[in-house]
Design a protein around this ligand. Sequence first.
Ligand SMILES: Cc1cc2nc3c(=O)[nH]c(=O)nc-3n(C[C@H](O)[C@H](O)[C@H](O)COP(=O)(O)O)c2cc1C
Length: 384
Amino acid sequence: MASSFGKMFNVTTFGESHGKELGVVVEGVPAGLGVSETDISFELKFRKTGNYLVSGRREDDLPKIVSGTFNGKTTGAPLTIIFENVDAISSLYGEVSHKPRPGHADLAYIKRYGLENWDYRGGGRASARETISRVAAGAVAKKLLMLFPTYVAGYLKGIGPKQTSGDVEAGDIQESKKYQTRSLDSSTDREFTELILDAMKKGDSYGGLVEAVAINPPEGLGEPVFDKLKADLAKAILSIPAVTGFEYGLGFDASRMKGSDASDEICLKADRSLGLKKNLSGGMLGGISTGETLRIRCSFKPTSSIRIPSRTIDLSNMQPTEISVTGRHDPVVAVRGVSVVEAMIAIVLADHSMRSGKIPVVKLEKEQSELIERRWKEYIARCS
Ligand SMILES: Cc1cc2nc3c(=O)[nH]c(=O)nc-3n(C[C@H](O)[C@H](O)[C@H](O)COP(=O)(O)O)c2cc1C
């Protein structure tokens, strides 16, 4: 079961929903980067369970750095971060052990690994509990990106019937950290909250649309043919559980447009550097970053675990049956999905920045390390 992503900033996640521990090994982090459990916790709190709008599973989500740092800084050795599972209740999954849940990975895991090897407790390895490891690695990547500085931010653009429209200024997107639904203003936050509560009451769920940006990305990132930046971003985002679609720039709207409307006009910016007037291509041309804001969107499907009964097969007698999934679930996974999207973008950008020689691969100079620390503190203050 391959579980690694990235070539130079390489992330390997491990662990299952109801295992003892889970975590991540990040290889390739240059020496000299300040990384603390507090830094990682800052990003993790936006993916945390336990409030009334998301899954009620009460995990501490306390990161433990067990290798790769000395005196608070990376040494260049593999950085390992682990988490304990403290609130897994496997008894909630008795029925699931013989009734694969529609929309989950259950059926596919049984087909691939065999029923006898299937860890049905909380979705096992397919569980989105795994995404805690991505957000932890993403925190390290976000910190490295402070070198430029590049800021990655995402927000929830729509839930089920309530989709917001229009372009959002990239700089405003960090505001989403202030709202529990990860929307961008208090009235949308209220509307999203009502929809989520309504879905919960009815035992149903909604899908969601997430938009994310990377502000001030380095230009020239991405290999020109197969390892294009857009291809690696698509892979990273589509690897997130429940993501069903990915687009960047004009995205699927491009198929309905005329060339004259979709022309990404080239201009001279105030500082006389070459730029794009409208940046319709989401910060990438030919799969290579142009230095303009990178912008992607992705859709999350409605949470599959719903109380409303769905048809399945009882594996104990191979008869058609129903399952109503109770227990603790996110009614709209896209809410917590926002931080996972941010993390995966940061990981791809850190990886490609190292591959392009824009982030040192062995060690950071003292001044670089200090600059990163200063900018990280400012970022935390702004987003708190
Ligand atoms: C942050 C996050 C939380 C999730 N929480 C749940 C959940 O509580 N219940 C559920 O049915 N699916 C949840 N999912 C989605 C499932 O993990 C996912 O649909 C399942 O593993 C099947 O994978 P697929 O949808 O990519 O095919 C969550 C996804 C994310 C990103």
